[in-house]
Design a protein around this ligand. Structure first.
Ligand code: ACM
Length: 505
């Protein structure tokens, strides 16, 4: 069925578009061209297409008051596409519905005579807007065409994350904001910041100012130094929250602490000779002096209290990786108990599973074959980051310079996509990790993150039995203009047909 022709609306829109000076931005749509296919990543649970299409040249938004996040994202989309709002135009309705099947994050998107977005929550409606955004072009055009359809969608996992190591090499707040915008397009919802490590301490702690004065001034060789003030981090948290992203802080302890030891020498044991800032890439040599509990635990408490005051996230990551020490399990238990006492949930890298933790503590798996079954049997939920699938500091292709300790052949897009979380029955989701020993700066980060994060998003959102690489390649291949519009300096992935002129960069 053809939609009815509304000459008044068309004229109004043409006038608005001409006034905005954008009518030349895209070729006019041939009247008999087929309506575009639905290219959505991550793959929605169900898409039913109906005969006909909706032609859009101006819209009337209804219901935004009940969904501020979604309304903001929709307004941004309309502004980008220079889609005028006019009372008599095609309605775009945001509505909160009491449909338990949609859960906390699901949504329905119906394109008929109007565009109806329904969800139980603002978050669900935000995701409906992101799907609508992917159905539309990335650039302004004189007119838009959508196939009539009903999408019903819910995520498989609640944790759809990426971790950025800003400790080895610093990434400025402006980059993190851009990164959050890009995550939001693909319904990724956890940004884990690895804020401290041997090479740098990136978070202002007011009770211990030298952490950033000394620890913030170092970086891995070739990387960037720097740190975030508490005010900057609070603004980042708010920016992320408005886009459906939770920022999860990590303070890595009791190892990976050379930057802290260089800042406050008393945190080290007396026999430690080297208390200088560190710019190498070896791991596992530094440790808080666990034989000095009167020094170490007040420090840890101070840091965690200030971290908790900045980040409202339910979870706080306290590291716990790559250190052997007789008092390791005791430390992890005590640090995790501090997080619990603050009303938050501790996350530990998998090694923390040896400690006496409350079953609510989350464990983050990073070695593919790590023996985690006993911890799962004790009730621990898992965040899945097996390095051979999800450590995207590794190459986009075999032989790309950089980290290769986990998988010599790199972690190509198809490999990321092949990860199946379903055998892990307590998994809350998946998280890719970008370590920055060899990834310095924004262009390098972009090139490692994209398009692989789109595959991560689909692994986390779309049930394994429903998705497939061929379909992903077709849909993601078509979304390249969306990444271009966001200024992403992505890897020109040959599987997606992107290995053209951009490859030269
Ligand atoms: C890790 O890669 N050391 C968590």
């Amino acid at each position: 069925m053809k939609p009815s022709f509304k000459p008044g609306v068309l004229l109004l829109c043409l006038a608005l578009v001409a006034a905005a000076g954008c009518a030349h931005r895209a070729p006019a749509v041939a009247a008999d061209a087929p309506a575009p296919e639905a290219h959505i990543v991550p793959l929605p649970r169900s898409i039913q297409t109906h005969p006909g299409e909706l032609r859009l040249s101006a819209v009337a938004v209804e219901g935004g008051n009940a969904a501020p996040m979604a309304a903001r994202a929709l307004a941004e989309l309309l502004a980008t596409l220079r889609l005028a709002t006019a009372e008599a135009a095609t309605p775009v309705r945001l509505q909160r519905v009491d449909d338990a099947a949609l859960g906390e994050e699901g949504y329905r998107l119906e394109v008929g005579g109007a565009i109806e977005l329904s969800a139980r929550t603002d978050t669900g409606l935000l995701y409906a807007v992101q799907s609508l955004r992917q159905l539309l072009p990335a650039q302004a055009a004189p007119e838009y065409r959508l196939p009539r359809m009903t999408i019903t969608d819910v995520p498989a996992y609640r944790w759809r994350g990426v971790s950025l190591d800003v400790a080895r090499s610093f990434l400025p707040i402006e980059y993190l904001e851009k990164h959050i915008d890009r995550m939001a397009l693909f319904k990724l919802n956890r940004l884990h910041l690895h804020l401290t490590d041997d090479q740098g301490w990136r978070i202002e702690i007011r009770r211990h100012p030298q952490l950033v004065q000394v620890g913030g001034a170092s970086a891995v060789a070739g990387g960037r130094a720097g740190y975030y003030t508490q005010e900057q981090l609070k603004r980042l948290v708010a920016y992320a929250q408005a886009r459906g992203v939770t920022v999860v802080p990590e303070i890595d302890m009791p190892g990976h602490v050379q930057a802290a030891l260089a800042s406050y020498n008393e945190l080290a044991c007396r026999d430690v000779a080297n208390l200088s800032p560190y710019s190498g890439v070896e791991v596992g040599f530094s440790v808080l002096c666990l034989d000095k509990p009167d020094v170490v635990y007040p420090f840890v408490r101070d840091v965690l209290e200030e971290v908790a005051a900045i980040f409202p996230s339910t979870e706080i990551h306290i590291g716990g990786d790559e250190i052997r020490h007789p008092l390791y399990a005791d430390f992890v238990g005590r640090a995790a108990a501090m997080v619990d006492a603050m009303g938050r949930t501790p996350i530990l890298w998998e090694e923390g599973s040896v400690a006496d933790l409350k079953p609510g503590a989350l464990l983050q798996l990073w070695n593919d074959g790590y023996a985690i079954d006993a911890a799962v049997a004790r009730g621990h939920a898992l965040i899945l980051s097996p390095c051979s699938y999800l450590y995207i500091d590794h190459g986009n292709y075999a032989g790309q310079p950089g980290a290769d300790w986990c998988r010599a052949g790199g972690v190509p897009l198809a490999r990321v996509y092949a990860f199946d979380p379903t055998p892990f029955r307590t998994a809350v989701g998946v998280e890719a990790a970008l370590w920055t020993e060899f990834v310095h700066g924004e262009a390098a980060a972009d090139e490692r993150l994209w398009p692989r994060l789109a595959a991560v998003a689909e692994v986390a959102w779309s049930p394994a039995g429903q998705r497939g690489y061929d379909g992903f390649v077709r849909r993601m291949g078509a979304l390249r203009p969306q990444l271009d519009a966001l200024g992403v300096q992505y890897h020109a992935e040959p599987d997606l047909g992107w290995a053209d002129a951009k490859d030269a960069r």
